[in-house]
Design a protein around this ligand. Sequence first.
Ligand code: SAM
Length: 243
Amino acid sequence: MSDQVNFGDELVSPEEKTRRVGQVFSSVARRYDVMNDLMSGGMHRLWKDRFVNRVKPRPGEDILDMAGGTGDVAFRMARRGARVTVADINGDMLEVGKERAKQRGLSGLTWKVENAEKLSLADASFDAYTIVFGIRNVTDIPAALREAHRVLKRGGRFYCMEFSSSDWPGFSKLYDAWADKVIPRVGKAVADDEDSYRYLVQSIRRFPRPEAFKRMVADAGFVRAAAEPMLGGLVTIHSGWKI
Ligand code: SAM
């Protein structure tokens, strides 16, 4: 890992990035779900449905939902009968998730505070590993991908959904205006936190493009690494297999 890494557009030490990402999510945890709806116009629900359809969770499977936050993706997979472990570095996000699970009458989920870069979980213990809108916040992404590979069983599936910069000319302009002007202002109005939402926008721009991330997935040992763009390339589903 290099000495300096990006926290949004700023260069900081790796430790400082992890600390500041922690602050961002502690700050937004209580407003996270309502902000997701506002920022994406409700689209995140459709993206997550589509993502879970690609994962195809089966009853009795063990799935690790990494950077699972307040449980949105985990709930969808648990409803299909999978045994889901929701892991996140931020205890505040998990606490909100536990309350939401209780309100929905969902039991059987396991909640764990974990850093994706260094998991306390055993080798070859999961049938699938999912990470949605989480990996761009991780300081050492190659380390997190190696850990994903380690905890998956042979034949295990890796799925990641992340924002990507759109290549559609008209659409990307529209998106840039939305991201730069609207999202931080909504963040200020709803969550009284403009800086956290500015970081979230900057971190999307800094995330590797789909082809580059696909190579990182392959470098971690996954086979058949693939990148499937959705909605003009605004969001990409990445996948790979462990053999
Ligand atoms: N997956 C959820 C969703 O789609 O609603 C939450 C996504 S939220 C944008 C990103 C999450 O990544 C936060 O909950 C944050 O705490 C978590 N995160 C950031 N760095 C992490 C790390 N190194 N290990 C585990 N989780 C991390």
